[in-house]
Design a protein around this ligand. Structure first.
Ligand SMILES: [Zn+2]
Length: 401
């Protein structure tokens, strides 16, 4: 196997840190063409990172879907080895090398409470901690798929470094020792349960979904049919359990995160595949993971999908909860909320009859820590002020008529 320096800008052949040269194999054709990286596992091992991180990084940088099931690391589309090697260099620069001494023996350490996480590189060579650009799209993925070898009860900063050495490349550190009680309410679905190994290999990524076509939503009658079916299956009772990383909801969430551009029909196919058709908690995942910071614009394109999925008050509440997470947990949350994004989104949902007036009003006046922590929950509602005021004024007007 051809080996290269982890830092390819270093020409010294005695440079200590080597990795296999990235190989590719382009498979399939047409819409289904994809680039397989057969030696991603070995590369990742040399970098002391899970193979999912660089693969996902390629996806982020190329705007391509990735698939990481059954230890096959795939980027959709045809890409050259040179391009991917360049991107791998960038990944190493941004997520591996110590920025102070350029040594690759680092660990990614996550600090802070759920919703307020921060991440840095902990360098074993020089001991310095250097920051990661939290705005990179890969960060959200890493936060959701941390390498968590820490065991329950081992908390606190003191033991961190020592444990990290034993425990693998990355340590997920909870911000506060006494925070565990709150986490249950505040934590988003991605945080692995204590004891969960959290190794992000398969599960969150589903095999290539391109090429699968389901004409459901191209046809309004069919959409209505789906909507009816979805409404029916909602009678299956409550589903408030299953917060763990393997739950169909978590899988759906991960898939949505990776496939934000998927067609409505593909999303519905995915919900079917997970066996959670009609469940209101589907909307938590959709609200949280289908959109980006541009949700104010994106939401209008997803109205038909949401109309098909939201079939009861419970569904509406779950959708609000998911959107609350999206807005509160974004690295740019403060900017988003200050810009009144919540109002924009609610307005679109209200005007297209996805949300009922009474329900939104109720939501707007009741801070809850069900989806994010209280402080954030307050902020999200404050960012809905303009819309809620508008609702009230519209009410007054119709009363005085
Ligand atoms: Zn260093």
């Amino acid at each position: 196997m051809a080996m290269v320096n982890v830092r390819r800008d270093v020409e010294d052949k005695f440079y200590r840190y080597k990795m296999p040269l990235l190989q590719i194999k382009v498979e399939g054709r047409g819409n289904g063409i994809k680039t397989v990286i057969p030696n991603m596992d070995d590369i990742a091992r040399a970098l002391n990172r899970p193979p999912t991180y660089p693969t996902k990084y390629f996806g982020c940088e190329l705007g391509a879907q990735t698939s990481m099931a059954s230890e096959r690391y795939i980027v959709n589309g045809a890409h050259t080895a040179d391009r991917l090697r360049e991107l791998l260099d960038n990944f190493i620069e941004q997520f591996v090398l110590c920025t102070a001494c350029k040594n690759p023996e680092t660990e990614l350490v996550i600090t802070g409470k759920s919703g307020h996480e921060n991440m840095h590189r902990d360098c074993k060579a020089c001991g310095r901690q250097t920051t990661i650009n939290m705005r990179h799209k890969l960060v959200a993925y890493i936060l959701k798929n941390p390498v968590n070898k820490k065991e329950k009860g081992k908390k606190g900063k003191k033991g961190m470094t020592a444990e990290a050495n034993v425990g693998g490349p990355m340590v997920f550190e909870k911000g506060a020792e006494d925070g565990s009680g709150e986490d249950e309410d505040a934590s988003p679905s991605g945080t692995p349960a204590p004891g969960d190994q959290g190794v992000p290999t398969s599960g969150t990524d589903i095999d290539n979904v391109l090429g699968r076509s389901d004409p459901v939503l191209d046809n309004p009658d069919a959409a209505e049919e789906v909507s009816k079916k979805l409404a029916k299956t909602d009678l299956n009772g409550d589903d408030d359990d299953e917060e763990d990383a393997d739950s169909p909801y978590a899988v759906l969430g991960g898939w949505l995160e990776d496939n934000k551009d998927a067609s409505d029909a593909d999303i519905i196919a995915q919900i079917k595949e997970q066996g959670i058709v009609g469940k209101h908690k589907v909307l938590v995942e959709v609200g949280h993971h289908l959109f980006t910071d541009e949700v104010g614009k994106e939401i209008t394109k997803r109205i038909p999908l949401l109309q098909a999925l939201v079939t009861s008050e419970k569904h509406q509440k779950s959708l609000l909860g998911g959107l609350e997470r999206l807005l509160a947990l974004s690295p740019n949350s403060d900017d988003l909320l200050a810009a009144g994004t919540t109002s924009k989104v609610l307005m679109a949902l209200y005007q297209d009859d996805i949300l009922d007036e009474e329900l939104v009003k109720q939501w707007g006046t009741h801070v809850s820590k069900k989806y994010v922590d209280k402080e954030k929950s307050k902020k999200v509602r404050k960012s809905a002020d303009a819309f809620l005021k508008w609702l009230d004024e519209a009410d007054d007007e119709s009363e005085s008529e």
